[in-house]
Design a protein. Structure first.
Length: 494
């Protein structure tokens, strides 16, 4: 996103200067760095769901100060809805309207499906039929709202009706009104669920999407509920793909806790042959609270596919105008794809050939997909907090971050699951082996430009073949990738 018209006070907030602590603050507690990071994310179209504290109304106010004040995403040719934010309008905004509002484009899933060759995979018959993608998340969004929002999204882009199953694993409190203290946090979770489901449905339109709403008990950082929900569902439905667009930075939980959580996750994956995709963070090689190197878990787990972010440059028809680049930080506001070296988990065997880059550490990312604030994706959501505009009126919003990237890959893996005709299990051994053997002929596009540097942290540059911020690369042509990865997965599924 091109940041326009930032005042001196807003710039001071955006830079987040001053000493910060790497310890997690209590829920609701505030630190200057935490407030700055959350505000920057919201202004850039990124939903910050985990971290040292929850989103507050003060964060929304700060985000509005950072967001551009010119332009609107309301489609002028459409009759307005009852909403009042920049996402209002019955029709999705065009790429040109996004440029006018933000000085940067946003794209439809139609454009991205063309760019990624997903349309070709669909024409070949790989639409995700028979695959299941699970979205476990705290509180989620009301089932009626999720069905409505996905219905509006699908109708606008010519997608079939979503095959949706909705579950709740415990008591979920009703959604609060916009002025309630917990509304920003709950609305962000609701919007995240809609974002994830929309990206999956666009890539794998005939896959079943299972949204699981869990409570949020404090046990093990809240992840005990998530793991319990995944374990219970997978016991009766093995072979599913699980998409997680959230994480907790390694510095914010004790090493013993992270190790225990990962052991539990690994056991579930092994027992039920799950495939797990995880967002890799949106603050470069930092937590957003400190410039110290940091990576999030579960993305740092050797058992998951850690998905970084790229920036795409497309024309109105979805053709690439230039090669994809690493989602970097050209505006100096600390927003870039995650990617770094774990301090908790050691190098897995599938990264042995890259020991010169990662040493003895688990390196993330494994792959990447669009996630840049300068190439956002359009979604329809009833609940919204992006741009600091909180409402429940419904509208079209451009979203960014690796919360976009991970479900895109989950959807593509739904196509691979259909083609393989068996569970994929841990996909990294197959993916790394395939790319090493055949390179870009797999349909993976190597990302060789850009870095995830942010102020105070040099991050990692892109390069030929595997690199830290983009992993093995992005989706170049799914028509080739789907059958190739399906064959590799049948050989190596674990």
């Amino acid at each position: 996103m091109a940041v326009l018209g930032i005042s001196a006070a807003a710039f001071a907030l955006a830079t987040g200067t001053g000493p910060v602590s790497r310890q997690a603050a209590p829920a609701g507690a505030s630190t200057p760095a935490a407030a700055a990071s959350i505000a920057r994310q919201l202004a850039a179209g990124v939903l910050p769901l985990r971290g040292p504290r929850r989103i507050t109304h003060a964060d929304l106010n700060a985000a509005r100060a950072l967001a551009p004040t010119t332009g609107s995403l309301t489609n002028p040719s459409a009759s307005p809805t009852t909403g009042t934010g920049p996402g209002t309008g019955k029709a999705p905004p065009t790429t040109a309207e996004c440029r006018a509002a933000y000085g940067a484009p946003c794209y439809s899933v139609r454009q991205l499906a063309r760019a990624y060759g997903v349309n070709g995979a669909h024409r070949a018959g790989w639409t995700g039929r028979g695959a299941t993608v699970v979205l476990p998340i705290w509180h989620s969004v009301p089932e009626k709202t999720l069905r409505h929002d996905l219905g509006v999204f699908s109708a606008a882009y010519g997608l079939p009706k979503v095959d949706l199953e909705y579950r709740a694993t415990g008591p979920i409190t009703p959604m609060p009104p916009p002025d309630a203290p917990d509304a920003p946090w709950r609305y962000a979770i609701a919007e995240e669920t809609v974002l994830d489901a929309s990206m999956i449905h666009a890539m794998a339109p005939h896959a079943r999407i299972v949204a699981i709403a869990t409570p949020e008990t404090p046990t093990d950082g809240g992840y005990a509920d998530i793991l319990d929900a995944v374990r219970d569902y997978a016991a009766a439905h093995p072979g599913a793909i699980v998409s997680m667009s959230y994480g907790t930075y390694e510095s914010d939980l004790p090493t013993a806790t992270l190790t225990r959580l990962n052991q539990q996750l690994s056991q579930i994956i092994s027992a039920r042959k799950l495939t797990v995709t995880v967002s890799n963070g949106d603050t470069g090689n930092t937590s957003g609270q400190s410039t110290a190197p940091n990576v999030p878990w579960p993305a740092s787990s050797p058992d998951v596919l850690a998905v970084g972010g790229t920036q795409v440059d497309l024309d109105d028809h979805g053709r690439r105008r230039s090669p994809d680049t690493v989602w970097g930080d050209p505006h100096g506001l600390g927003r870039a794809t995650g990617g770094g070296l774990s301090k908790v988990f050691t190098r897995p065997a599938f990264q042995d050939r890259y020991a010169h880059l990662v040493g003895g550490h688990r390196g993330t990312s494994d792959v990447a997909a669009n996630g840049s604030g300068d190439s956002r994706m359009i979604i329809y959501s009833t609940y919204n907090v992006l741009q600091g505009k909180i409402n429940r009126d419904g509208g079209w919003w451009p979203a960014a971050g690796t919360s976009v990237s991970a479900p895109l890959w989950a959807g593509v893996l739904g196509l691979v699951r259909q083609a393989a005709r068996q569970p994929l299990g841990r996909i990294n051994p197959a993916l790394y082996g395939l790319v090493a053997a055949t390179g870009t002929r797999t349909g993976i596009a190597d990302v060789t430009q850009g870095s995830n540097a942010v102020p105070g942290n040099p991050g990692f540059p892109a390069g030929l073949k595997w690199d830290v911020p983009s992993g093995n690369g992005t989706i170049g042509n799914a028509r080739w990738l789907v059958p190739a990865l399906a064959i590799a997965a049948r050989r190596t599924s674990t």
